[in-house]
Design a protein around this ligand. Structure first.
Ligand SMILES: NC(=O)c1ccc[n+]([C@@H]2O[C@H](COP(=O)([O-])OP(=O)(O)OC[C@H]3O[C@@H](n4cnc5c(N)ncnc54)[C@H](OP(=O)(O)O)[C@@H]3O)[C@@H](O)[C@H]2O)c1
Length: 337
């Protein structure tokens, strides 16, 4: 038995296009091995929309987006499409907006209101309103899944869940912003200035569309709020982050002096009682002093001590792999295997 699972993708940028490519390339594999037949019934970008209740031709959609910059010929409000199109899951992949989390917030609320599951890589709606969004989703009997919001493809939340199965978690701390970490590592390894290193991060596609989110600590603050809610079962929003420190004032001379002392400077987000983001000087051997466009997280477990997960955590392919992980989980819960 194969279960048809209908998707709406809102936001058709780097992550969504990588996801659509995988849906196209691996459709047969998912039907055969998971019993899930994904149908993309609508795709929306900032200027246009494409809808086909029988399933869009994904290859053609990707070609059109590449050639014209648009997914469709018509422009329709995303909320109307989310509420009026028969579908099982909204995949929300619009840009992270730290001010009011829009347009993602409205998209998530529209999906929940119309009893659709949500899979998202957009951290800001969750950082702004995690507790109330989860309460609404629960009351509607739908799932909200967000693996890709923390660690891109690195399964940080899953790792934390596994640690928490047998003992309480006391504290979580980590390097959660790959762009900032890339910038700091670059400044250390080849004495680049901050603007040079940031420019390179942008060129390599690591930075957010607004890179100040990364380097000013706001992206890390949003992620530690999600970890605090998900893993430590707290009830927090972005407003509860006590301290947020960024890296834009770090000079190459400070980085050089620290290197000579055997230390590194890193942006570390943590939560024990309240979440915070601080720029810390760490000894070279500290697991948090990881290099490059990576994330690393230490879970402090009550009995077994520190458990660490780390790895590359930026880019469309790795992020879309986490979105796919969530889609397969929701798909399994609604009839696949
Ligand atoms: N890229 C990564 O490595 C990464 C890692 C983890 C999490 N994320 C998160 O994943 C999400 C997507 O990231 P991305 O890199 O794919 O972003 P992106 O390349 O900037 O794409 C954003 C997409 O959203 C569309 N959009 C903007 N406003 C819209 C609106 N009002 N209605 C409908 N669509 C709208 C854009 O339309 P146009 O195409 O018309 O401009 C574009 O297609 C973000 O929230 C980001 O924080 C990304």
């Amino acid at each position: 038995m194969t279960e048809e699972v209908r998707l709406i993708i809102v936001g058709f940028g780097v992550v969504a296009r990588s996801l659509a490519g995988s849906l196209e390339a691996r459709g047969e594999e998912f039907r055969r091995t998971r019993g899930i037949d994904f149908h993309l019934v609508a795709a929306v970008d900032s200027k246009s929309a494409a809808i086909d209740r029988n399933g869009l031709d994904v290859r053609e959609l990707l070609r059109r987006k590449e050639e014209t910059g648009r997914v469709g010929r018509r422009s329709l409000p995303a909320t109307e499409i989310i509420e009026d199109t028969e579908a099982d899951i909204l995949v929300e992949l619009t840009p992270a907006n730290p001010l009011d989390a829009e347009p993602g917030m409205t998209h998530l609320k529209s999906a929940i209101k119309s009893s659709k599951h949500v899979v998202t890589a957009n951290k800001m709606p969750l950082a702004h309103e995690y507790p109330s969004l989860m309460t609404s989703a629960e009351s509607r009997g739908v799932q909200v899944r967000y693996s890709a919001c923390v660690g891109a493809g690195l399964p940080i939340l899953d790792f934390g869940d596994a640690c928490a199965v047998s003992e309480p978690l006391l504290k979580v701390e980590g390097v959660l912003n790959a762009t900032s970490n890339f910038v700091l590592s670059r400044m250390e390894s080849d004495s680049s200035s901050f603007p040079e290193a940031l420019e390179e991060a942008k060129k390599l596609g690591y930075a957010e569309s607004n890179p100040w989110l990364d380097v000013d600590g706001v992206d890390s603050a949003a992620k530690i709020v999600i970890i605090a809610n998900h893993t430590l079962k707290k009830s927090l929003t972005l407003k509860d982050v006590a301290i947020v420190e960024g890296i834009r004032r770090i000079s190459p001379s400070r980085v050089k002096a620290l290197r000579e002392e055997g230390k590194k400077v890193r942006m570390v987000a943590s939560v024990e009682r309240r979440p915070e983001v601080r720029v810390l000087e760490l000894p070279r051997g500290d697991p948090l002093s990881i290099d490059g466009a990576c994330n690393v997280v230490k879970f402090h477990c009550k009995y077994s001590g520190e458990r660490v997960v780390s790895g590359p955590a930026a880019g469309g392919v790795t992020t879309s792999s986490a979105v796919m992980r969530d889609l397969l989980r929701v798909g399994a819960s609604i009839g696949g295997s």
